[in-house]
Write a protein that binds this ligand. Structure first.
Ligand code: KG4
Ligand code: ZN
Length: 345
C-alpha cells in the first residue's frame, strides 16, 4: 500500500510518498521561512498563497523522484488540522481533488498524530506503547500513546510553547525569526551558570508546562545588561542563550521522566521542531539510559513539519478505513484525544 502525504498547515509545504513495505520513497519540503522572516512571524494569508504556488509542482517533483505515476498510489493523505485555516484548505482541496480525479480515497490526518508517528519512519522504530514529548512552535505536550490512534494527553503548556519560548528569546537577543535553531547555535559559544533562570513548574507536581516566567527572567537579564556600561555584548548574548537553553532542556527532560513514571512506560519518543535541539537530544539520551529506558527521535529533517509524517499517519488511517468520503476537511482547532481508535489500538 502506498500513500501520498501532503502537509500545508502552517509555513512548510511538504509532500512525500510512503510505502508500507518499502518505507519512504521520496519526500520534499519547501519552507516559507524567508517569506515570513521580515514580519517576525507567520502571516497566514501569505502562507496560503504560497502553498497555492508551490504545492502542485512539489507533488509532481516528489512523484518524479519516486519514479511513480498516480496509478501507483492507493490514497492521498493531507493535514486536515489543527493549523491555519487558509493554509489547511489549500492542502485539503488539492488532496481531495487529486484523489477524486485519480479514483482513490483521500485521508484527513491530524497534524499532531502525524508528528507522533514520524518516528515510525526510523530504524529501529519504537514499539508501542510509548510516551511522546511533542515540542514544536505551537505545542508542548506529553502524550501517552498506547497504540496508533490511542492517545491520552498527560501534560500541556499553560502559556507559550517551547518553540515559541525559543523564538521569543531569540528575538530578544536580536536573532531573526524563527530563532530556535539560531539560539541553539549561539548557546554553543556560551558559558553555563552565569544566570539563575527559573526551571518552570519543576517544583510543582504534575506534567504541565509554563514558559512565560522564564521568558520574563530572560527579558530582565537582557534589559539590565543593556543598561550597563558595556551594553549587551556578544558573550553576554551567548551566555544568556546557554542558560536559557539549559533551563528549557532540564524542564523538558525532568517532566518527560515523570511522564514515563506516571504512564508506566519504558519508551519515550520526541517529536516536533524543538526535537531537533542537540542539547535536548543529548540530555534525554543520558537521562533515559540512566533508568534503563529508551528514547527515539525522527531524523532532524522529520522533526519539523513535513509530508512524510502525514503519509505514515495517513497509511495507518487508511488501513483502519478512516477516509474522507470526498468531504473536504479543514479543522483549525481539533483535539487529539477526539480521534477515533484504530483497529487493534
Ligand atoms: O514542528 P515545527 O516545525 O512547527 C510547528 O508545528 O510548530 O517546529 C518549529 C519550532 C520553531 O519554534 C523553531 O524555532 C523550533 O521548532 N526549533 C528549534 C530548533 N530547531 C527548530 N528550537 C530549538 N532548537 C533547535 N535546534
Ligand atoms: Zn508541526
Amino acid at each position: 500500500m502506498r500513500v501520498l502525504g501532503i502537509e500545508s498547515s502552517c509555513d512548510e509545504t511538504g509532500v512525500a510518498v510512503y510505502d508500507a513495505a518499502q518505507g519512504l520513497l521520496a519526500h520534499r519540503v519547501y519552507s516559507q521561512v524567508e517569506l515570513h522572516a521580515r514580519y517576525g512571524g507567520v502571516v497566514p494569508e501569505l502562507a496560503s498563497r504560497d502553498h497555492v504556488r508551490k504545492l502542485l509542482p512539489l507533488i509532481q517533483a516528489t512523484l518524479d523522484e519516486a519514479g511513480l505515476i498516480p496509478a501507483d498510489l492507493d490514497g492521498v493523505a493531507y493535514t486536515a488540522g489543527p493549523g491555519l485555516i487558509g493554509a489547511l484548505l489549500v492542502g485539503a482541496t488539492v488532496a481531495e481533488g487529486l484523489a477524486f480525479g485519480w479514483g482513490i480515497p483521500a485521508i484527513p490526518v491530524h497534524h499532531l498524530e502525524a508528528h507522533l508517528l514520524a518516528t515510525l519512519l526510523e530504524d529501529p522504530a519504537p514499539e508501542f506503547p510509548f510516551v511522546a514529548l511533542l515540542v514544536s512552535g505551537g505545542h508542548t505536550m506529553l502524550i501517552d500513546v498506547a497504540a496508533p490512534g490511542a492517545y491520552t494527553v498527560l501534560g500541556n503548556t499553560l502559556d507559550d510553547a517551547a518553540g515559541e519560548a525559543f523564538d521569543k528569546t531569540a528575538k530578544l537577543l536580536g536573532l531573526p525569526y524563527p530563532g530556535g535553531a539560531a539560539l541553539a547555535e549561539l548557546a554553543t559559544r556560551g558559558r553555563a551558570g552565569r544566570f539563575d533562570f527559573p526551571r518552570p513548574m519543576l517544583k510543582k507536581p504534575g506534567l504541565d508546562f509554563s514558559f512565560s516566567g522564564l521568558k520574563t527572567a530572560v527579558m530582565m537579564a537582557v534589559r539590565e545588561l543593556e543598561a550597563g556600561d558595556t551594553g549587551l555584548t556578544e558573550s553576554d548574548r551567548a551566555d544568556i542563550a546557554k542558560d536559557f537553553e539549559q533551563a528549557v532542556v532540564e524542564t523538558l527532560v525532568k517532566k518527560s521522566l515523570r511522564a514515563l513514571d506516571a504512564a508506566g512506560r519504558e519508551r519515550l519518543i520526541v517529536a516536533g521542531g524543538v526535537g531537533a535541539n542537540r542539547s535536548l537530544r543529548a540530555e534525554l539520551q543520558l537521562a533515559t539510559a540512566a533508568r534503563g529506558a529508551q528514547v527515539f527521535y525522527p531524523r532532524f529533517e522529520l522533526c519539523t513539519d513535513n509530508g512524510a509524517m502525514v503519509a505514515v499517519a495517513g497509511l495507518h488511517r487508511l488501513q483502519a478505513g478512516h477516509v474522507s468520503g470526498g468531504q473536504v476537511q479543514a479543522t483549525p482547532r481539533w483535539e487529539l484525544a477526539s480521534l477515533p481508535a484504530m483497529a487493534g489500538g
